[in-house]
Design a protein around this ligand. Structure first.
Ligand SMILES: [Zn+2]
Length: 294
């Protein structure tokens, strides 16, 4: 059963086994939810909302990953919740073609089985360049925190909470997780540095919960990303193909092999960052692109 916890005067978190979702009370028993978690856990989310007699007026979307939008359409059907996302996330959720762009390598049939709930229209566009959005007479700050996904937003509340979604991980996740998923590792590091030096309020992360020491958390997350770059660089100690590099990462980093396509995206992001930094070379040998750490 998901847990409801009050963390500021008007902000609460709903925490399931895998994610924390903040919600802000804009009127008695009416909330704005930030992300909606895993589709598999949407029953738990709805149960907590019902038990506490809460209506969802709106859902803010941090990014278009499956573990953040799993209950969006259910909340719209049940409560008439308005779904908010920025242009990129709205686009990624808008069609089967967009879903294929997000999950390269999966067939159409696989996507229909895996993510049948990831194709829907958004009701309201978030415009991060405006810095905030008004909902029900309350202002939610919009922070552009790119790196983890094609587009990734953070939200601030009037009572001093900052939901940074997947910008970072904390607690058990931080200690256990192997290489972290990023679309762009350098951008992630930059976003973390920016939030470290900014007074954004108390941080809440999707995976998961509240972070007490923001600076330490930022430093640990940056060190983690720098560590995975360095290990990737060292694994390419001679010219290797991308597939061989993925095989080495899988063998050395994961006791249980993760979905290979996800692993390939993680390694791809590490390689791109290393090449941009001048820490890895690439060239074509025969018909194959090969890489070597410098
Ligand atoms: Zn994500």
């Amino acid at each position: 059963m998901a847990q409801l916890e009050q963390i500021a005067s008007h902000t609460y978190t709903i925490t399931t086994r895998w994610v924390s979702m903040p919600m802000y009370e804009i009127a008695p028993h009416t909330v704005v939810l930030m992300d909606s978690g895993y589709h598999d856990e949407s029953g738990e989310l709805l149960e907590v909302l019902e038990k506490n007699d809460l209506q969802v007026a709106a859902v803010l979307t941090s990014h278009a990953h499956y573990d953040h939008i799993g209950a969006h359409t259910l909340l719209r059907e049940k409560y008439g919740a308005r779904l908010y996302a920025d242009l990129v996330s709205a686009g990624l959720l808008s069609s089967r073609d967009a879903l294929q762009a997000q999950f390269p390598g999966y067939s159409d049939a696989e996507l229909r089985i895996l993510f049948p709930y990831m194709e829907f229209g958004i009701d309201e566009m978030l415009e991060p360049e405006k810095g905030s959005v008004e909902i029900g007479g309350h202002t939610f700050g919009l922070l552009r925190l790119p790196g983890h996904a094609f587009s990734h937003l953070g939200f601030t509340t009037e009572d001093g909470i900052c939901y940074a979604a997947d910008l970072m991980i904390c607690g058990e996740e931080l200690r256990n997780a192997k290489m972290t998923f990023c679309t762009d590792v350098e951008q992630s590091i930059r976003s973390i540095r920016r939030i470290r030096g900014q007074n954004v309020g108390r941080l809440v992360l999707a995976h998961k919960g509240c972070a007490e020491d923001k600076e330490m958390l930022c430093d640990l997350n940056i060190a983690k990303l720098e560590g995975q770059l360095e290990r990737t660089r060292r694994m390419a100690d001679s010219w290797v193909s991308f597939d061989e590099l993925c095989r080495r990462v899988a063998e050395r980093e994961y006791r249980k092999l993760p979905v290979f396509l996800t692993l390939a995206r993680i390694v791809r992001a590490n390689v791109a960052c290393l090449v941009d930094r001048g820490a890895m070379e690439k060239r074509v040998e025969g018909n194959v692109v090969v890489y070597k750490g410098i």
